[in-house]
Ligand binder design. Structure first.
Ligand SMILES: [Zn+2]
Length: 276
C-alpha cells in the first residue's frame, strides 16, 4: 500500500513505478571516475546504481493530481507499476484532474498511455513548464542534439491523445498551491514543482538527483542523461543548497522509495534524511 504523508495542509502519496539500473559509464568526464567508483562502492556497489522511480499523488481540495506518470510500457517489466499503485490508493485514473510533468522523459511520461497509445487518464490535463514544452514540441528536430532527437517518437506516442489538453505555464505558474520552478540542465525546461503546505514547502524536483550515492556528496557530478551536464550540475548544486538551508521537503523521483525527506549538509555535500 503506497505511503501517504501529511505535511502542513498538504497530503502527498508516493507511488513506486519500479526501479532501473544506472551504470558508472553513464557518469561522463570531467568527473573523476575513480572518485565516483569509490563513492558507489562505499554505498553498496551495484545496489547504489539501482534507482527507484517514484511519482507522486497530491490530494488537493479540487481533486487529485499527479506529479509525473511513471514509465507505462515504455521500458522494462521491473517498471510500469504506477497504475497498480494508484489503484491501491482508491483513486481512479478518471479522478485525476491534472498531471504535472517534471520533464519530458519516458520514465516520467510513459504511463500517460497504454501500450496501444490510448490515454490512461481520460480527464486529466497535462501541465508543463513553457520552456520544456517549447523545447520538445516546437523546436525543429534538426536543432536538437542526437540524444534528444532519439526520443521524439516516444513523445509523439505519449502526448498524441492529450494534444488538446496540454497546458504550458510560465515560471511560477500553476494553481491549487503548485508552482513551477525551472531547474534546467537535465532537460532545457526541467521543472521542480513547489507545493505550498502552509509550512515548509514540498519540492518535487524530478531528476535533480539520479544517484544519491554520487550526487549528494558530489552535486557537480553529471550523468549522460543530462542533456546539458554543466547546467544540470549548477542547478543541482543550487537546489540542494536551497533545500538544505530552507528545510524544504523533497519529493524525489529517483531517491529510494518513498523518496520524501529533508537534506542535511554533510562534509562538502549533503545527505538525505527520509521523513519517518
Ligand atoms: Zn529524466
Amino acid at each position: 500500500m503506497p505511503r501517504t504523508f501529511k505535511i502542513g495542509h498538504a497530503e502527498i502519496t508516493s507511488l513506486l513505478d519500479g526501479d532501473l539500473d544506472a551504470a558508472l559509464d553513464k557518469v561522463p568526464d570531467p568527473v573523476d571516475r575513480a572518485a565516483a567508483t569509490r563513492l558507489i562502492a562505499a554505498a553498496g556497489g551495484d545496489k547504489a546504481l539501482t534507482m527507484d522511480c517514484n511519482a507522486f499523488l497530491l490530494h488537493r481540495a479540487d481533486g487529485p493530481v499527479l506529479i509525473d506518470a511513471g514509465t507505462g510500457t515504455m521500458m522494462h517489466n521491473r517498471l510500469g507499476h504506477l497504475h497498480a499503485r494508484l489503484a491501491e490508493t482508491g483513486v481512479s485514473h478518471a479522478d485525476i484532474r491534472a498531471i504535472y510533468l517534471t520533464h519530458v522523459h519516458k520514465d516520467h511520461f510513459g504511463g500517460l498511455v497504454d501500450d496501444a497509445g490510448a490515454a490512461m487518464f481520460p480527464n486529466a490535463e497535462i501541465v508543463l513548464h513553457e520552456v520544456e514544452a517549447d523545447f520538445w514540441f516546437d523546436t525543429p528536430p534538426e536543432y536538437m542534439s542526437e540524444r534528444a532527437r532519439g526520443t521524439l517518437h516516444l513523445n509523439d506516442k505519449a502526448f498524441r491523445p492529450y494534444l488538446d489538453r496540454i497546458r504550458r505555464v510560465p515560471e511560477g505558474g500553476g494553481e491549487g498551491g503548485i508552482a513551477a520552478r525551472l531547474a534546467p540542465g537535465h532537460t532545457p525546461g526541467h521543472t521542480a514543482w513547489v507545493i505550498d503546505t502552509g509550512d515548509a514547502p514540498i519540492i518535487a524536483w524530478g531528476d535533480v538527483v539520479h544517484l544519491a550515492a554520487l550526487h549528494l556528496p558530489r552535486p557537480e557530478t553529471a550523468m549522460v542523461y543530462d542533456l546539458d551536464p554543466k547546467t544540470a550540475g549548477a542547478t543541482r548544486k543550487a537546489m540542494l543548497e536551497w533545500v538544505a538551508s530552507t528545510g524544504a521537503i523533497v519529493a524525489a523521483a529517483h531517491l529510494d522509495h518513498p523518496g520524501i525527506g529533508r537534506l542535511q549538509r554533510k562534509d562538502a555535500g549533503y545527505s538525505f534524511v527520509p521523513l519517518p
